[in-house]
Design a binder for this molecule. Structure first.
Ligand code: SF4
Length: 249
């Protein structure tokens, strides 16, 4: 498998990866499907992320996104999602497996997909799953997202402190606060959002301290505690980065 030096600068990585997964306004996806998450949701699985989380279920593809998937225009993505939604009787949609916002180009692609879906299926809901890194870099992204009333943003926070953030994501600890800044920008522009955390990597005390920290930073939304799915390769990645897992008291 490809080696990557840790920790890396995730903003630089975002821009490099964006270059690999965007061509004009087309982005790389490798699968379109209906899944049972969120009570049933149609999903476009993309490649390319600013982080390289030890537990990422799409780790191999996100390590080498240049080798994976094919380019799809916003029209093609929206049409595939709408086709699957009609066929499966679902009205929720998302992009998964990757970070939708890597920079201006991928954000432009996402906005175009959102506009098409809002136009063609006004009663549908789009759940934007993001790691919040680039979203927390400038308030202009949250401002643009506030145009969509059918949008909910799930910001996957990676850790309760800077050291674990670096260990888990592979990205420099200096960027720990940026996803939390994303929550503040979303709040400022009235975008519906909620933060999530993979609970099995932290003790109860760490989680409670983190909740207090979010509250102290005016984030009042409920913190979703997500369960870790430990595939064999995830277990190996966690061990190689010396990350302890299993919910601790
Ligand atoms: S942020 Fe999400 S998509 Fe990106 S590496 Fe981490 S788990 Fe995978």
């Amino acid at each position: 498998m490809k080696e990557i030096a840790l920790p890396f600068d995730p903003v630089l990585r975002s821009h490099e990866v964006e270059h690999q997964v965007m061509s004009g306004n087309r982005r790389k996806y490798y699968r379109f499907r209906a899944t049972g998450f969120y009570g049933g949701i149609v999903t476009a699985d993309a490649v390319g992320c600013s982080f390289l989380c030890a537990y990422c279920w799409n780790y191999r593809r996100n390590l080498s996104p240049e080798k994976e998937g094919s380019f799809f225009s916003p029209d093609e993505v929206a049409d595939k999602l709408l086709f699957l939604a009609r066929r499966s009787g679902l009205n929720q949609m998302r992009i998964s497996g990757a970070e939708p916002i890597l920079g201006e180009d991928s954000f432009g692609h996402l906005i175009e997909v959102l506009r098409l879906l809002a136009e063609k299926a006004p009663g549908s809901r789009f759940i934007l799953e993001t790691n919040g890194l680039i979203l927390g870099q400038s308030r202009k992204f949250a401002r643009s997202l506030s145009e969509f009333k059918n949008l909910m943003v799930r910001v996957c926070l990676k850790a309760t402190d800077r050291e674990k953030f670096q260990l888990i994501t592979g990205a420099s600890r200096d960027y720990f606060f940026q996803p939390i800044q994303a929550l503040l920008f979303l709040k400022e522009y009235g975008v519906d959002f909620w933060p999530a955390l993979t609970a099995d990597l932290f003790g109860n005390e760490e989680i409670n301290r983190f909740r207090t920290f979010l509250l102290a930073n005016s984030v009042r939304a409920e913190l979703e505690l997500e369960e870790l799915i430990v595939y064999p390769f995830v277990e190996e990645n966690l061990k190689s980065r010396e990350i302890k897992f299993g919910r601790r008291q």
